[in-house]
Write a protein that binds this ligand. Structure first.
Ligand SMILES: Nc1nc(=O)c2c([nH]1)NC[C@@H]1CN(c3ccc(C(=O)N[C@@H](CCC(=O)O)C(=O)O)cc3)CN21
Ligand SMILES: CC(C)C(=O)C(=O)O
Ligand SMILES: [Mg+2]
Length: 284
């Protein structure tokens, strides 16, 4: 395919997502400026990394949501750096185009900028991720500045920050009311000035996410934040029907992987019991 044909479906701009062979943090900013939306999905293993990468998902987040969807913990709080790094390493092996971002888990960066730096270095050296994500706004400015100074691209995460669920009083929308909306905007400016390359906005009212997206220069990535953010992110098990627990209201279901797996497993069990499998084709 010619370069022109590759670019054309996206509008013919040289910065178009289709033309990008390897997504870098600066591409997200280019896309924001061009008004081109981009995508992020959580990813925790090599098979899904290859599938999402080839499907054109721009960024893969090795989320601390692995706590819930991979490890079966009730919240994201228990998961450790040692549990996330092997997953991140597998995702890096499976991704060729997408930007892979490691999500720092609870307790691995809040303590100090040096702790944030040491944990991020582990994600970059041991897993090979290209960027780091951490939760927090104004209060995380020292950490974000330290990472940016150390050459580590940082994605911030404001609004509802699940690692602070006990401080926030549960899983609830943030930024309702004028003071709360002001607070979200202050957080967004703070992480931008500290050097974050992007910011996740989780569970904030659509109009607040729209205002933040218009006012800051860095790309915003929404989850439960309306369709005006520069990018969108979902936990893949939520989007593709493999979440056995409660699925948040902001999720749209795009596939039913649980039913496909269940049907496959039941058919396999039945075939083995009836000796339909292995058949002649599968026997040496
Ligand atoms: N599977 C999964 N999906 C996620 O989106 C996700 C995780 N796990 N783990 C880490 C965090 C936690 N997140 C969550 C989890 C639950 C709700 C939730 O239950 N929201 C309700 C209440 C909203 C309200 O009433 O204010 C909802 O119905 O959306 C939201 C975000 C987002 N992240
Ligand atoms: C939901 C996204 C933004 C996240 O932080 C995670 O999956 O851990
Ligand atoms: Mg997370």
């Amino acid at each position: 395919m010619s370069a022109e044909a590759e670019v054309a479906p996206y509008g013919g701009t040289p910065t178009g997502a289709a033309a990008v062979k390897k997504v870098r943090t600066h591409h997200l900013r280019d896309w924001k400026q061009a008004g081109e939306k981009f995508t992020m999905l959580t990813t925790y293993d090599v098979a899904t990394a290859r599938i999402f990468d080839e499907a054109g998902v721009d960024t893969l987040l090795v989320g601390d949501s692995a706590a819930n969807v991979v490890y079966g913990y009730p919240t994201s709080l228990p998961v450790s750096v040692d549990e996330l790094i092997p997953l991140a390493r597998a995702v890096v092996r499976g991704a060729s185009r997408a930007l892979v971002i490691g999500d720092l888990p609870f307790g691995s960066y809040q303590g100090s900028p040096e702790q944030a730096y040491a944990t991020s270095v582990r994600f970059m050296k041991e897993a090979g991720v290209a960027a780091i994500k951490l939760e927090g706004g104004v209060e995380m400015v020292p950490q974000i500045e330290r990472l940016a100074r150390g050459g580590i691209p940082v994605c911030a995460h404001i609004g509802f920050t699940p690692q602070s669920e006990h401080a926030l009083g549960g899983y609830r929308v943030q930024g309702r009311g004028e003071d709360a909306a002001e607070h979200i905007l202050r957080d967004a400016y703070a992480v931008q000035e500290a050097g974050a390359f992007a910011v996740v906005l989780e569970m904030v009212p659509g109009p607040v996410a729209t205002e933040v997206t218009r006012k800051v220069e860095i790309p915003t990535i929404g989850i439960g934040a309306g369709n005006q953010t520069d990018g969108q992110v979902l936990v893949w098990q939520d989007a593709f029907g493999l979440n056995q627990g409660r699925v948040p209201r902001f999720v749209k279901k795009y596939a039913d992987v649980a039913t496909a797996l269940s049907d496959g497993a039941r058919a396999y069990v039945a075939d083995v019991k009836s000796q339909a499998f292995p058949g002649a084709d599968h026997t040496f």
